[in-house]
Write a protein that binds this ligand. Structure first.
Ligand code: TXA
Ligand code: MG
Length: 355
């Protein structure tokens, strides 16, 4: 076990000495957790196979699920990829830095372990001064999956990172809570038309306005487990975002959903289970029992995105056995939120009708 240092940094204007210390750790093959606008990432030098292997080990991440490579200068794309499709330039101009990860054909300089031996690579430029300063100072592309243990909800604070990885990483740069709260959108540009493999911080509707054509991978929007071609979308087949508690989603018209959740809560509590309810501002008062938490206003889905992983982790630390979640609209950031909640539930979805 190593000692994990917590280094508090200002999110807008990070202390250059603290960034230098963290960048030296990256340069020497160590592991640094850092904030991005989406979630905290766990970074290692993407071009150092040993460092990347340690990254997989610390997270207990399966070796066939590659991380995203973070850069701070558009030019860095050219050395990491073989071919830049025409639509990439437009996307980079419009959305970087920001929560959009692009999949390209990779170049030879990228070690096999970094891309799980695929012939493609996932790249993004984060919109966070701490992340950008760290990448710039280290002078390396940084491989960074979310800084949680594999399968757990992503961390949106440095405290979440420590719960999962204390003693396994060198340092965490603590710049407070992440802005967006769900991970970046992953867009595959190696096929035509481009396809969203993971809905995230850049909504589908926004990408549709920029690209002539864009598709959603069926598994990204599915309400049940579907077979996935492994080599194209490695992340889609792994267990994800799951709290310790069992999670069930109730979907349908609001009054039916409320009635069903009250009924489920009662029956679980009668069996001696501790129940948590993931509600919204307009429904929190409709539940008579259980620990009720609001994701925020149903119409402000960016608030739900920001709160989701924090609340799942909070339920875990309260020893909740069963979480019952209201479904949210799948528009804007709601699509990313529902994708995470559905996966966390292992597609345990109850559909109700109003009567
Ligand atoms: O917002 C984010 O994207 C955060 C922050 C830290 O940047 N990172 C993140 O990384 O969520 P991670 O490793 O937890 O998720 C990366 C996703 C996985 O679903 C992985 O399978 C997919 O990107 N991915 C990586 N390389 C890929 C590739 N070559 N082809 C298809 N999918 C890929
Ligand atoms: Mg992750």
């Amino acid at each position: 076990m190593k000692k994990t240092t917590v280094s508090k940094v200002n999110s807008r204007n990070p202390d250059s000495e603290k960034i230098r210390v963290a960048a030296d750790i990256i340069k020497n093959g160590g592991l640094v957790a850092f904030p991005t606008e989406t979630v905290y990432g766990l970074g290692a030098d993407a071009l150092n196979p040993k460092a990347v292997l340690n990254l997989f080990k610390a997270k207990k991440r399966p070796l066939d699920n590659p991380p995203i490579i973070h850069i701070e200068d558009n030019e860095d794309v050219y050395s990491l990829v073989r071919k830049i499709p025409p639509e990439a330039e437009k996307l980079i101009e419009c959305f970087w830095p920001g929560p959009l990860t692009l999949i390209f054909k990779r170049s030879k300089i990228v070690p096999d372990v970094t891309v799980a031996s695929l012939d493609t690579i996932a790249i993004r430029m984060p919109r966070h001064n701490v992340a950008l300063a760290l990448i710039r100072e280290s002078g390396k592309p940084i491989a960074a999956p979310s800084a949680n243990l594999a399968g757990k909800p992503s961390p949106t604070t440095a405290k979440h990172v420590l719960v999962d990885l204390n003693g396994k990483i060198d340092v965490v740069l603590d710049a407070g809570q992440c802005d967006i709260g769900v991970e970046s959108t992953v867009l595959d540009l190696t096929i035509d038309p481009p396809q969203i493999l993971r809905p995230g911080g850049t909504p589908y509707e926004v990408l549709k306005k920029t690209l002539a054509e864009v598709q959603l991978h069926p598994a990204a929007v599915a309400d049940k487990e579907i077979a996935v071609e492994k080599t194209r979308s490695p992340g889609l087949k792994h267990k994800h975002y799951a709290p310790n508690a069992d999670l069930v989603i109730v979907e349908g018209k609001m009054s039916g959903v409320i009635e069903k959740i009250n009924e489920l809560t009662k029956s679980h509590m009668q069996k001696g289970f501790k129940v948590g309810i993931l509600a919204t501002d307009c429904t929190v008062d409709c539940y008579q029992a259980g620990i009720v938490r609001s994701l925020g206003n149903r119409r402000r889905l960016e608030t739900a995105a920001k709160n989701l992983f924090r609340l799942l982790r909070e339920f875990d630390s309260n020893g909740i056995d069963v979480i019952i979640a209201e479904a949210l609209p799948k528009e804007g950031l709601g699509l990313a939120v529902m994708n995470r909640v559905r996966k966390a539930s292992d597609y345990n979805i109850i559909k109700v009708n109003d009567h």
